[in-house]
Design a binder for this molecule. Structure first.
Ligand code: HEM
Length: 357
């Protein structure tokens, strides 16, 4: 096997055909523009490959505990790649808006809208067609080939990673609630914490009356959403995407994350939050870069450009329920004390062999 042959460098390195060159006048920065898009698409491929394997593990009738470590290390890898994708925006930003104008018209009407892999990535993670804004729906399938469209529509029918995570969490039977009222104690503690927050707002001399009532209103909403976790009827009326059981399980995992049995589940939850953050960071970085390149011009795909991209960044937080949970965290010292048999179940028991001196 030869290096170039194994890596198919012939095809890869022959895939940069500058439109400006075909017209007889090379626009220098078009090479960077092509290569950076290709690099992104290659990394999208790797991310889809990793997420696809995670989906397969979660999709099994019974998720194999021995594979949780594999899930966390692959999620970690995806997050490292996403970080790189955010950093890479700075490379495209070395191109000036006027250099971009040298070849921009030659791309029309090609656009990032047509990145099938990006759409598949959003879809696989859990972004539904109905979650998209009217304008996004309009562009969703537009100018995709028939083949791309049918691939995307097939992907939309598949269970998403977010749904599978919800099922996995709802199936975990972490606490044997018989004999102790964990949730009752937790509720009382969290309500006590909120009462302290209320006092802090009331006594804050830097806030005027209007600001105080706005903060108190916010706090009231947080308390209401916490209470909703304990009332199925109320829960069903709220816009949660996870089930109530999953939310409680995720809260338990987060509260007791330092117990060995909770390490991997906590790492998984945390990695999904981190992934959401990286994707949002990429959306904002890309939107800002588009603003810098285009000013108020519309995109080659026909959207309002920066405004459109900024709105998708604000709208598409996939794991918002998990972010919400962190409002209900309490100090470790205030956590309800678990019965010994549960503490035992959640711990490793290393046997320390004493040296015979
Ligand atoms: C000069 C550089 C770039 C500019 C000015 C730019 C601008 C835009 C604009 C205005 C849109 C909205 C759709 C439209 O009207 O065309 C868009 C969408 C998109 N672009 Fe870029 N882009 C640039 C580079 C990149 C790069 C390097 C990637 C990497 C793959 C990328 C990926 C995407 C994706 C995936 C979308 C769809 C986003 C969504 O619908 O949420 N863009 N881009």
């Amino acid at each position: 096997m030869h290096y170039a042959q194994y890596l198919k460098l012939d095809s890869i390195l022959d895939a940069q055909k500058l439109e400006s060159e075909k017209l007889g006048k090379v626009a220098h920065d078009e090479m960077l523009f092509i290569i950076i898009h290709q690099a992104y698409e290659l990394w999208f491929k790797q991310i889809l490959f990793e997420l696809g394997s995670i989906k397969d593990i979660f999709q099994a009738d019974e998720v194999d505990d021995l594979k949780l470590g594999t899930i966390t290390s692959r999620l970690d890898r995806v997050n490292k790649i996403l970080k790189l994708l955010v950093d890479q925006v700075t490379i495209i930003e070395t191109m000036t808006p006027s250099s971009f104008l040298e070849f921009r018209n030659l791309l029309n009407p090609a656009s990032g809208f047509q990145s099938l892999q990006f759409r598949r990535l959003e879809t696989l993670l859990g972004l539904k067609y109905e979650d998209r804004s009217t304008i996004e729906k309009k562009f969703f399938n537009l100018r995709l080939t028939k083949q791309e469209s049918s691939e995307l529509n097939a992907a939309l029918k598949e269970p998403t990673i977010k749904e599978l995570l919800d099922i996995w969490l709802s199936r975990l039977d972490l606490i044997d609630s018989k004999g102790f009222s964990f949730w009752k104690t937790l509720r009382e503690t969290v309500v006590g914490m909120f009462a302290q927050d209320e006092l802090l707002i009331q006594n804050n001399i830097t806030l005027d009356d209007k600001e105080k009532s706005a903060e108190l209103e916010n706090l009231k909403k947080t308390i209401e959403s916490f209470n909703v976790l304990f009332d199925q009827e109320k829960f069903d009326k709220e816009k949660f995407t996870f089930s109530r059981k999953s939310m409680l399980t995720a809260l338990f995992i987060t509260l007791y994350q330092d117990y060995p049995l909770m390490h991997l589940p906590f790492k998984i939850l945390n990695s999904f939050l981190e992934m959401d953050e990286w994707i949002t960071k990429w959306r904002y970085a890309h939107a800002l870069m588009a603003k810098r390149m285009l000013g108020g011009k519309i995109g080659t795909g026909g959207s309002t450009g920066h405004e459109y991209l900024k709105k998708t960044a604000q709208r598409h937080v996939l794991f918002k329920d998990l972010f919400k949970l962190n409002s209900f965290l309490i100090a470790k010292s205030q956590r309800p004390n678990l019965p010994e048999h549960i503490k035992n179940q959640m711990s490793y028991h290393y046997q320390v062999l004493k040296k015979n001196v």
